[in-house]
Design a protein around this ligand. Sequence first.
Ligand code: SAM
Ligand code: SF4
Ligand code: SF4
Length: 357
Amino acid sequence: MTHPYPRGRGVSSPEYGHCTDKLCRPLRDLRISVTDRCNLRCTYCMPREIFGREFIFLRHADLLSFEEIVRIARQGIALGVRKIRLSGGEPLLRRGVERLVEMLAPLCCEDGKPIELAMTSNATLLAKKARDLKNAGLSRLNISLDALDETIFRRMCGSRAAPIAAVLEGIAAAQAVGLTPVKINTVVKRGINEDEILPLVHHFRHTGVILRFIEFMDVGLSNGWRLGDVVTARDILAKINAEYPLRPLDPHCPGEVAKRWEFADGGGEIGVIASVSQAFCHECGRLRLSTDGKLYTCLFASEGVDLRDMLRARCDDNALCQRINAVWRERDDRYSQLRHAMTWNPAGKIEMSYIGG
Ligand code: SAM
Ligand code: SF4
Ligand code: SF4
């Protein structure tokens, strides 16, 4: 089967036109959930009351195979994707995920540059896997860590144990093998871990690790989100700035979700992701692929478009590309921009562990 785009034309193929959505946003990022399972139960993502023993996760046969994921990724790249992020659930729980990294890493964009291949992980299993991931071709890692205090970690991550030492070992291993700069994602919930902001900053300043504080979001339907639980990026920055003065930094690229700041004394960089208080939908070029092969055009979507049936019915690459293109062209999502004007809570919002955070 020949590729639907002649080499070198890709997204600007006259047949398909530029792959932009209804709000003229180009397709740039593909987030892939490789498993809906996790070994933690963060209250803001997979609260134990909902994701308990009775919860039915996907069967192995329902998951996309690595070969199926790569086929979709290739077509995404032909339509403009520059960056792929593996997520979940906890991606390191997917058996052989290093092999998937090895299969995706050589893929190149239209201009011949390799794609950026990243992963988001809770790092509890990272220490032993960091080298293999690096050797397989992973470019970067984001690691979630909400607290250094054990009691607060347990409250945030719903776990009976507090595997903070394992996470810190994972971070050290990632740095040692050159998966740098390691970025740490910290979700901040009012009254739970806001007092961990400064200890985290203190711990990671001067280490080359970039902390990114994320406003608690109303993803899915299970985390009991209330606006009052959100600590805004402004408050987070004010707290840090009072102790460690900050200066703004320019974004690396358009569409970067984290606003960057540096410590005035040269202690490094931090970021804040103000998804609730300062929506960035106007620049959002992210498409999400669920564990079982559905495409979602927004983190807050309630319906996806199935690709797995197509793949398993042996569709050709051209048809797959056309389906993805059509999904993106129909996209007009901007949930975060509309959130405050909404008088209803949309039914059926999908959970983040299923579509990949
Ligand atoms: N298990 C991996 C991890 O925790 O890094 C990857 C999946 S997790 C869903 C991806 C990211 O989503 C994590 O950094 C997590 O903190 C973030 N996240 C999950 N639920 C969130 C919420 N309600 N608000 C803000 N961020 C959230
Ligand atoms: Fe698991 Fe990550 Fe969700 Fe926490 S945020 S429950 S580690 S998937
Ligand atoms: Fe993108 Fe949807 Fe988030 Fe807006 S709300 S930034 S469109 S994922």
